[in-house]
Design a protein. Structure first.
Length: 570
């Protein structure tokens, strides 16, 4: 086994014993810090011998104390929170590469974060941990306060009127919090976060109070990245600012709350869904960014292969029946349904949706927001809709037997019904509905198709690299037709446009199970979902895994990304 951490490497090379490593790891759990720090504290390591060994083993330069003292002018190149979190120092900056001093060359997470947040490629050099800590202590007397420094430059560039709230703010009776949320630093900080998130094409902003700091993370292309750590004294002001804009009760901190904000950012209208959750260290806030400019409502552009797209489109114009889309949260189900509704939204059709919440406003479509506090559930709203003479209905999610029964009956009585379920694959949706109590013969009569989907990160077109190596076979197990496809060896490289990740944007992969005569002839209540899936594959269904492999072969994504999202034969 190749060692992946410094502790494992030291153990494999007899620098420390298993007992010493266990003691250090236990200390790390109790007190935080890193393994190297505790190894030195216990006296288990000779620091000078360790650095000399690592420098010789990995061909890295070893720095002295004088070299470290020359980092002053480059400290602003790395966010302060990364310097403090990973005990690293910037030493040299060339045209496109930043050289970092570290005592732990195995800390790939640190180097990837620096690369992502600074835009520079990262080169490594070695220095003694104790000397690095001396320099950090000298420059960052108050570590928590200095965590906010990485946003200082951006804050000075942001004008308050760059983010204009469309809805008026309501007056808040709690004077201190109200005053705090309108002070320039808090307003500028929130505006800066929004602008930065939009520029990075983030889908979510996570504001997470912790014991000693407040962590801000962005979800970009489905992956969370830490952006900044702020001092705790900014916590109440920032969170209250968000809650006021979302029309939430800033005095209530003991129960979860949900709200919405609509803003105009750099001449782009962005809707935000806000969710708060009480934690021991304060309220955790997640802001979902719904950027209308980046929303694709065209079925031809969201990643369907031609045969799946043609089959799916053929069902959209049928007069009645049910179309289900399945997948985990964040897999693009709602976007697919919106694109389908947009395709068939004509003046002669009456289309209703009931959602929790309504994510995007669709012109010409009547959309209803679930409100459990007033008793407006999916089931109750659906019953009311059926009295409004609809042609087409979209249900945000089937969560219970009552909603499922009403949806099935609507599909059987002349309505085209769209909805979603949380299952791993298409065949699993049949088992889930049967478990809810829906009778098999009703499913056979009402279901038109079930489509499972996922989102993969798309290779950045500006920097994608094709390795000139022998093409091999991707043998990933299972029985699907795509398991032995030749995979084009495309590699994510990283550039300024993709924040040095090698990926930019996402693309869907799809598995469309058509309810044909073969599947309807099965005794669904007596077989498992794997049997249904095998019959669907024999009828030509392209599985999620196969669709992903084909997209990797075409250079749209990578094999690593396919295996990350579809680790098993789904």
């Amino acid at each position: 086994m190749v060692p992946t951490t410094l502790g494992q490497y030291l153990l494999r090379n007899n620098f420390i014993t298993e007992e010493q490593l266990a003691k250090v790891l236990d200390q790390q759990v109790q007190k935080g810090g890193n393994v190297l720090e505790h190894l030195l504290t216990f006296g288990f390591l000779d620091e000078e011998k360790l650095i000399s060994h690592l420098a010789e083993k990995f061909g890295l330069q070893e720095l002295g104390d004088t070299d470290l003292s020359n980092c002053n002018e480059l400290l602003n190149k790395i966010p302060a929170n990364l310097v403090l979190k990973y005990d690293i120092l910037p030493i040299k900056l060339s045209k496109s590469a930043l050289t970092i001093a570290t005592a732990d060359p195995f800390n790939l997470t640190a180097f990837n974060e620096v690369k992502f947040l600074t835009g520079f490629n990262v080169n490594l050099t070695l220095a003694k941990y104790s000397e690095i800590k001396k320099v950090i202590k000298k420059h960052y007397e108050n570590p928590i306060s200095s965590n906010a420094l990485n946003y200082d430059d951006l804050l000075t560039q942001v004008k308050e009127d760059e983010v204009r709230v469309i809805a008026d703010e309501e007056a808040i009776s709690i004077q201190n919090l109200e005053k705090m949320t309108t002070e320039a630093p808090i307003v500028l900080l929130f505006n800066t976060l929004l602008i930065d998130a939009i520029k990075k094409e983030a889908s979510d902003i996570h504001i997470e109070p912790q014991r000693k700091a407040m962590r801000i993370r962005f979800r970009i292309d489905g992956i969370l990245h830490e952006v900044v750590r702020l001092p705790l004294n900014m916590k109440d002001g920032l969170i209250s600012r968000v809650k006021i804009l979302a029309k939430l009760d800033i005095a209530e901190r003991r129960v979860p709350q949900d709200g919405r904000i609509r803003v105009n950012i750099m001449d782009r209208e962005v809707d935000m869904r806000v969710s708060t959750l009480p934690t021991p260290f304060g309220e955790s806030v997640v802001i979902r960014l719904l950027d209308r400019l980046n929303m694709l409502l065209d079925l031809d552009l969201i990643g369907f292969n031609p045969s799946t797209l043609d089959s799916f489109k053929s069902l959209l114009y049928l007069p009645h029946g049910m179309i289900l889309v399945t997948g985990p949260t964040g897999s693009g189900k709602t976007t697919t349904l919106y694109a389908a509704l947009n395709k068939i939204n004509t003046l002669d059709k009456s289309i209703f949706t009931i959602e929790d919440p309504v994510e995007y406003e669709l012109p010409g479509i009547i959309q209803v927001h679930v409100n459990t506090q007033t008793g407006l559930t999916f089931a109750r709203g659906l019953r009311a809709m059926l009295r409004q003479d609809p042609d087409i209905i979209m249900i945000g999610e089937i969560r219970d037997e009552e909603t499922a029964e009403i949806a099935i009956q609507a599909a059987l009585t002349g309505h085209l019904v769209f909805s979603t379920l949380h299952t791993n694959d298409a065949a699993g949706a049949i088992s889930r509905l049967l478990e809810m109590g829906i009778q098999a013969h009703l499913l056979k009569s009402s279901l038109l198709c079930i489509m499972a989907q996922r989102l993969l990160r798309r290779l950045c077109l500006a920097c994608v690299e094709s390795r000139q190596t022998e093409r091999g076979l991707a043998v990933v197990g299972g029985k699907t037709r795509g398991d032995n496809l030749p995979v084009a060896p495309f590699t994510p490289v990283g550039c300024e446009k993709c924040s040095n990740t090698g990926y930019r944007g996402r693309i869907g992969i799809y598995e469309l199970l058509m309810m044909n005569d073969k599947i309807r002839s099965l005794k669904l209540e007596q077989i498992d979902s794997n049997t249904v899936k095998d019959v669907a594959i024999s009828s030509g269904m392209v599985t999620l895994r196969q669709d992903g492999l084909e997209k990797a072969q075409a250079g749209l994504t990578t094999m690593d990304e396919v295996l990350r999202v579809i680790p098993e034969d789904n």
